[in-house]
Design a protein around this ligand. Structure first.
Ligand SMILES: [Cu+2]
Length: 179
């Protein structure tokens, strides 16, 4: 009798708690912005991100600007360069930065929400941009050489394929303030 009353109470609590934690808006973590923006130039001096190694604080913005060609940027993982995150998460703004001279009219931004490394690549498969060095990292772990950007670039060079993510998600595409 007593046990039954307890389980009933748990059930009621569970039912009451459920609606407060499932709103999609709340799934996206937000952090206070610092006002600092780190610019990364895609296609600088060939198939490179410059800088390809950003150290950012929580609340900093990383902004990619795109030089001529048809580059983009997609989130990956250390061990699997040139492909999106296995769980389907990760940013990818699509291919909308193609430009023939100067910088593309749009830029792409993400907000850094933790100090965990963020690995990314250019998913342009024509010309194998990722395998040829178009990868980068935000907040790599400098204390762990096994997970260095240099090692990641080696893995990228060995990757059999480069995969264009299926879903455009994450971050924000904005008009380039300095095209
Ligand atoms: Cu590219």
């Amino acid at each position: 009798m007593f046990a039954k009353a307890i389980s009933f109470a748990l059930l009621v609590t569970g039912v009451l708690a459920a609606p407060t934690c499932t709103a999609p808006e709340e799934a996206t973590k937000t952090v206070p912005l610092t006002g600092v923006t780190h610019s990364v130039i895609a296609g600088f001096n060939g198939l490179n991100f410059e800088p390809n190694n950003v150290v950012a604080e929580i609340g900093d913005v990383v902004q990619w600007e795109f030089l001529p060609a048809n580059h983009s940027v997609a989130q990956s993982s250390f061990g699997n360069p040139c492909q999106p995150l296995a769980d389907g998460s990760g940013f990818f703004p699509g291919f909308e930065f193609a430009v023939t001279e100067g910088e593309s009219k749009n830029v792409f931004q993400i907000v850094v929400e933790s100090h965990r490394p963020i690995w990314y690549y250019c998913p342009q498969t024509t010309g194998n941009h990722c395998q040829r060095g178009m990868v980068g990292v935000i907040n790599q772990d400098f204390n762990n050489p096994a997970f260095s950007l240099a090692r990641h670039m080696e893995l990228a060079a060995e990757a059999d394929t480069s995969i264009i993510p299926e879903t455009i998600q994450g971050g924000e595409v904005l008009v380039n303030p300095n095209p």
